[in-house]
Design a protein. Sequence first.
Length: 312
Amino acid sequence: MHLISIIVPCYNEQDTIPIFYEKLKSTLNTMKEKIKFEVIFVDDGSTDTTLTVIKSLSIDDDNTKYISFSKNFGKEAAIYAGLERSTGDFVAIMDADLQDPPELLAEMYNEIVNYGYDCIVARRVSRCGEPVIRSFFARKFYYLMNIVSKTEIMDGTRDYRLATRQVVNAVLSLKEVNRFSKGIFNWVGFKSKYIEYENVERIAGETKWSIWKLFLYSFNSIIAFSTLPLAIASVLGIILCFVAFILICVIVLKTLIFKDPVAGYPSLICAIIFIGGIQLFCIGVLGQYLAKTYLESKNRPLYIVKEEKDMN
C-alpha cells in the first residue's frame, strides 16, 4: 500500500481545523483500502489556539503529526518544513480552510498511479465569492509572471497538489530563502496535470492575505523567477540617454539657427523630476535583487522549530 503524506500549513486557523480534519478523514476513509496516510500540520507561529487544537488531534490519532515554529516564518517556510518531514510515497499540500477540497485527493491519486503523472495540481476555474479587486490583481499577476518568466504558471493554480517522492526530493534540493512554491514545482519539471474545480469559499475565519501582503508576495515571486526587471532598468537608461541626446541637438539647433530662446524653469524642473524618478525606480529594482542576494548569503534557516510530535 502506498503512503500519502498530507501537509497542512496553519496560521491562526483554530476555527477551521476541526471542520477540515473531519472532512479530510472522511475522504481518506474512502481510500483506506488503497493507501495509508499521515497528516502533518505545520503551525506557523499562530497566536490563537491553533497549536492546542492540533495537539488534541495528534493525541487521538497516531497518523497525525505536527510541527510548531518559534514564530511566524510564512507559508513558504511551512510548506518546506512539511516536505522535509514527509515520508510518504506521495505528498499532498493543502490549506486548512477547505478551499482545497479534500475529495480531489482520490482523483489526484488515481491520475498518478494509473496514468503515470508525477504531479497533479488543483486549479480553480472561477473566483466566485472573492473580492473583485483581489481577483483582478491576481489574474494580472499570473499574466505578468508568464511574460517575465520562463516558468509558466496557469491562472488559478493553487498550492494544493499531490506529487511523487521524486518531485518532492527535487523541490527540497532547492534551498533558496526567497521561495515561491508554485514556481519551484513548475521549474523542476516532471509530468504534471491540472485538475479544475469551481472556487470554494472559506468555511470559517478570515484570510490572512491582505492586498498589501499579496502585492509583496507577488513582487518577490517575480524577482525570484526573472531578471527581466533588471533588463527593463537598463533599457530605460539607454532610451533616456538617446532622448536626451536628441533634445540637446534640437535645443542647440533652435538656438543657433532660429535664435529661439531655451525653455525656462518649468520645463527644466519637469525634466529633472522625470529623470530622477526613473533613476530611483532603476536603483530600487537593483536594490531588490541585491537585498535578495544579501539574504541568501546569510544562509539562515528557513524556519526554527519550537516543538513537534515525534515524526518517527
